[in-house]
Design a protein around this ligand. Structure first.
Ligand code: GLP
Length: 230
């Protein structure tokens, strides 16, 4: 695992540059994008770079809440479209749904697999919405969100009680099958889980720790998120 530590602004720029490099080197490739406060900063840096090749990429949204109307501004699909896809001209967009989970994985395969997965991390170690105890060999599937994850996303829904109970997510196998993975984390609230990601046992209780075994994994951290691994 490669680990890069710098200021959040510089890290956002570095993550954006990695995405741009893959888009340029692999015309029309498939990439997975996670929504979140952290990755939003990466997408801001990326859209400012004016990378023409991004428009041809196929974008797979890593996860989505269940039960939201199409176009709901809180959905991952809406936010990613607003923050990234529409700004760089990506039109081939795939969002997982419970009914079409198998089709979603088949679409990734039909594209030749994911060239790059762009991830954030939950304070309980979730990636996408793969909560603790998700099997390593999981493909896209429906999940029951934990209270911790709902609390993490409460602001978006104006209260924990309004966060949907269920979501659909790329599985851990789907994510780890990506040829390259970047995971970005900012802030001291992520420091403990980043320590577990890097040094913890690979256990299903910390889903992100599975990335220790990925051959092309880059962890991009600001100083605060890295404070327990320095
Ligand atoms: C959310 C999303 C993830 C995201 C993570 C971190 O629950 N499902 O895809 O990467 O948690 O979010 P944030 O960057 O807002 O802390």
């Amino acid at each position: 695992m490669k680990i890069i530590i710098d200021s959040a602004d510089k890290i956002s720029g570095m993550a954006a540059a990695i995405i741009a490099e893959h888009a340029k080197a692999n015309p029309g490739c498939a990439m997975a994008f996670a929504a979140g406060r952290t990755t939003k900063r990466v997408y801001e840096a990326l859209t400012a770079m004016d990378v023409k090749e991004l428009a041809a990429c196929k974008a797979f949204t890593v996860c989505e809440y269940e039960g939201l109307e199409d176009g709901d501004q809180r959905s991952c699909a809406y936010r990613l479209n607003d923050e990234l896809y529409s700004k760089v001209g990506i039109t081939k967009i795939y969002t997982p749904t419970v009914d079409d989970a198998d089709k979603f994985d088949a679409e990734i395969e039909a594209c030749g697999g994911l060239e790059l997965a762009v991830l954030g991390i939950g304070t309980n170690g979730h990636i996408g919405f793969n909560e603790p105890a998700t099997p390593y060999d999981s493909y896209t599937h429906s999940v029951l969100l934990t209270d911790k994850t709902k609390q993490m996303n409460a602001e978006l829904f104006s209260g924990t009680e309004n966060v949907p109970d269920n979501a659909v997510t790329m599985g851990l196998k789907t994510i780890c099958d990506a040829k390259n993975v970047i995971l970005v984390a900012f802030g001291s609230e992520k420091a403990e889980i980043i320590h577990q990601l890097v040094y913890g046992k690979t256990s299903t209780y910390v889903p992100a720790a599975m990335l220790q075994m990925h051959m092309n994994m880059t962890l991009l951290l600001d100083e605060e998120a890295a404070e327990k691994i320095k």
